[in-house]
Design a protein around this ligand. Structure first.
Ligand code: CO
Length: 141
């Protein structure tokens, strides 16, 4: 059900300081900047072929990304896998003993449905599962 890496999430202190690295040094184009109040982040998206890089800047001190920056500094924050069926994907992970950050999908950047697995049970890498919003599987109970 996972068919590709959707994006890499990278934590930065300030989007405006980090964007030039991706634009000037790597030659990528920032597609959009979007604030996601529910996640307490501002994001900048760069298309990289089939996938994206998502820069994450915290908008509050109690943002999960702010805590990540305080303990680990800037760097890769999560790997996001695209899945065709999030509820089934979450159930599979839970059955395998993985701790879920989100029991049911929430809404993330671009209106996507997203859910995180806890890095303590995924070998130190925060895993995001995502798919396009308003999908056909509206059966998550
Ligand atoms: Co993400």
């Amino acid at each position: 059900m996972i068919d590709r890496i959707d994006h890499l999430g990278i934590a930065v202190h300030k989007l405006e300081d980090a964007i030039p690295l991706y634009e000037k040094a790597l030659g990528l184009t920032c597609e959009r900047i979007e604030e996601i109040p529910s996640q307490k982040v501002r994001t900048a998206f760069f298309k990289v072929g089939e996938t994206h890089v998502e820069l994450l800047e915290p908008t509050a001190d109690d943002s999960a990304v702010a805590k990540f920056l305080a303990s680990r500094g800037e760097g890769v924050h999560h790997v996001a896998f695209h899945s065709s069926d999030l509820p089934a994907q979450l159930a599979q992970a839970a059955d395998a003993g993985v701790r879920l950050v989100n029991e049911t999908p929430t809404i993330g950047a671009g209106g996507k449905r997203i859910a995180f697995l806890h890095p303590k049970s995924t070998r130190g890498v925060m895993v995001e599962l995502c798919r396009e919003g308003a999908g056909s599987e509206n059966s998550d109970s």
